[in-house]
Design a protein around this ligand. Structure first.
Ligand code: ADP
Ligand code: MG
Ligand code: ZN
Length: 617
């Protein structure tokens, strides 16, 4: 272990202390300087002054606002002496002086006064700043010191030199942990990777619904690697004054580089990273755009020479992000931090149950079974609610009863956010999703089915099948689009085969399938009947991107009818295809669906070996 140098106080603190001292010094000087400048001038009452004028003793008078000074004439006993008096509101004075032929003038601001009035302006702020710095430093305020104040930059990020969070505090997101363990390695021994010329990734995007532990994971990465953790929320940038967002980003990276290796965590990345083409009118939010550009510049700018700075960011709406953010060298890695499945919830419950006094009758596994759709934060909240209830009921320990009541409370709150499914619904969702997966495994060209889940997610999806492209696609051929449409219909097809009826759950699938089919006909010219004509007006600027605003070209009634028929043809054909695939693999459909009902998610190798058994028809 290297011996650490005695920590230097940050520069901000030194400057603060100096200011504090100077402030004190000036204050002392201001109070005592007038007295130090010479012997005090005797003060006389105004009446005596008038008397002396009348007696003709006064030589020269200088009338100030708060003080009149005058000199006695030479031939009298105190000749030449300077006296002062406090003026009263006396309009007769100039006349009186004139009559006696006394030379008088308005007093020039005396040196003393000039000096102290300047000091009066300068000192209080100095003292204020000094005192402020003093307290700021004592309370361990971060790196934004006096220097930053002069640049009028308040600190917008939080810096923690050590986080005590580790991977042990995060449960139920094993895949994400495995992927982030690599980042910890990068931070711990970057040399091992740079030595052989590898480039350490700069940005990792944590994607997942709220409350699943993205922030916690980011902290845990810093904690595991033992590096400082800088965090900031995207929405805070947006609230800043115009023109400051970019400066803050620069400042943040500057500070972080000084502390490298370290982690910068940007929460709610979507707040600054919203796609420029969808975020309202182009250039509608200049401020956000500048901040985003600065972020991109900083990410491109730092390299190996700056040490290992890894930027973790979190979002629950990855689809809204600007593509520029996801390019290589930026947030080119994405880690899914998903709602936990049953086993995951069990582990999370174990973590939090360990922090309260638990009764013997509490069965965490049952609790995990009863809480599908709960994210980590909901489970933490659940345990706390139960503990509160136990305390309210004057119990020594938290009983199962308390948990039951707590679940009801939390579910009532959750039901608005995400749905908690009944057993019947769960079964339907399971078959539906496996239907997507099986058809997808056979038809969807290069996209691999990576995960099936019946853990509800967000508002709309009750379950989902996640397909990951294995390579970047810029062109899709007709067969692939048809495959995609069939995959979209796979869910409904499975419901038809197994339950003989259909539910509302496929609405979104049908929407997307129909859109795709329509675009095949009207945009891509893939219909034999309608030919290579573009029936949409205007440009379709992004590949398969939706632009519902594209107006249709003026077409004859017959053409409109032909388009409708052709679209219907394509969708129905895909539907037949999906049905035949599922009928041919009915046993596998049953098997995977039963498995997923037990575990709620299937992914990784388990899933691949199951999908490898799909027979083509
Ligand atoms: P997110 O950033 O994804 O919205 P947070 O990390 O802020 O979620 O989670 C909020 C809190 O919920 C955490 O501080 C932690 O107490 C709890 N929590 C969430 N997910 C997990 C998890 N996977 N394991 C343990 N605790 C979790
Ligand atoms: Mg968070
Ligand atoms: Zn579906």
């Amino acid at each position: 272990m290297a011996i650490k140098d005695k920590p230097q106080p940050p520069r901000g603190r030194q400057i603060g202390n100096i200011l504090f001292l100077l402030g004190g010094l000036f204050l002392v000087a201001n109070l005592f300087l007038p007295q130090l400048l010479g012997p005090p001038i005797p003060q006389v009452p105004y009446s005596l002054f008038i008397q002396q004028i009348d007696d003709g003793k006064v030589g020269r008078v200088s009338v100030g606002q708060n003080e009149i000074r005058y000199q006695l004439q030479g031939e009298y006993e105190q000749g030449g002496q300077v006296l002062r008096t406090t003026p009263i509101f006396d309009l007769e004075l100039p006349k009186r002086l004139e009559e006696k032929g006394i030379e008088f003038a308005a007093a020039p601001p005396p040196r003393n006064n000039w000096f102290s009035s300047i000091l009066g302006w300068v000192i209080p702020p100095l003292i204020f700043v000094g005192v402020w710095q003093f307290f700021l430093n004592r309370s361990g305020g971060g790196p934004a010191g006096a220097l930053s104040i002069t640049k009028s930059k308040a600190k917008v990020y939080v810096q923690e030199d050590e986080t005590k969070v580790t991977f042990a505090d995060v449960a139920g997101v094993e895949e994400a942990k495995t992927e982030l363990a690599e980042i910890v390695e990068f931070l711990k021994m970057p040399q091992r990777f740079t030595q052989i010329g590898a480039r350490i990734p700069k940005g990792v995007l944590l994607v997942g619904p709220p409350g699943t532990g993205k922030t916690l994971m980011a902290k845990a990465v810093a904690g595991e690697a033992g590096v400082p953790f800088f965090s900031i929320s995207g929405s805070e940038f947006v609230e800043l004054f115009v023109g400051t967002g970019a400066a803050r980003v620069r400042d943040l990276f500057e500070q972080a580089k000084k502390k490298a290796p370290c982690i910068i965590f940007i929460d709610e990345l979507d707040a600054i990273g919203k796609s420029r083409s969808t975020g309202g009118f182009y250039g509608g939010n200049d401020e956000r755009e500048q901040t985003l550009n600065q972020l991109l510049t900083e990410m491109d700018g730092f390299g190996a020479k700056d040490g290992t700075v890894i930027v973790l960011a979190a979002t629950n709406r990855p689809e809204t992000l600007d593509q520029a953010l996801l390019r290589p060298g930026r947030f080119d890695r994405q880690v899914l931090v998903d709602r936990p499945d049953k086993a995951g919830r069990w582990k999370i419950l174990e973590i939090y149950a360990g922090k309260v006094k638990l009764g013997e009758d509490v069965d965490l596994e049952t609790l995990a079974t009863r809480t599908p759709g709960f994210a980590g934060a909901d489970l933490a909240n659940l345990v706390n609610e139960a503990a509160l209830l136990a305390a309210r009921n004057n119990r020594e320990k938290v009983a199962q009863e308390d948990f039951n009541e707590a679940i009801e409370r939390v579910v009532a709150g959750l039901e608005k956010k995400s749905r908690v499914l009944s057993d019947k619904e769960k079964k339907i969702v399971a078959y539906h999703e496996v239907g997507h997966a099986l058809v997808g495994a056979l038809t969807a060209g290069k996209a691999k089915v990576a995960k099936i889940s019946i853990v509800p997610r967000g508002m709309a999806a009750l379950g989902y099948t996640l397909q990951m492209p294995t390579e970047d696609r810029f062109l899709l051929d007709e067969k692939e689009i048809r495959g995609e449409i069939a995959t979209l219909l796979g869910g409904r097809a499975a419901e038809e085969i197994i339950f003989g009826s259909i539910t509302t759950g496929a609405a979104n699938d049908l929407q997307r399938a129909t859109d795709l089919a329509e675009r095949m006909v009207t945009t891509y010219g893939m219909s034999k009947i309608l030919g290579p004509l573009a029936y949409e007006k205007g440009q379709q600027n992004s590949f398969l991107g939706d632009n519902p605003m594209n107006p249709r070209r003026m077409v004859s009634d017959e053409t409109a009818k032909a388009i409708d028929e052709e679209v219907k043809e394509i969708v129905e054909h895909a539907h037949e295809h999906a049905l035949s695939i599922l009928e041919g693999n009915r046993d596998l459909l049953e098997k995977i669906a039963q498995q997923i009902l037990a575990t709620e998610t299937i992914e990784g190798e388990d899933l691949q070996s199951l999908l490898a058994q799909v027979q083509s028809v």
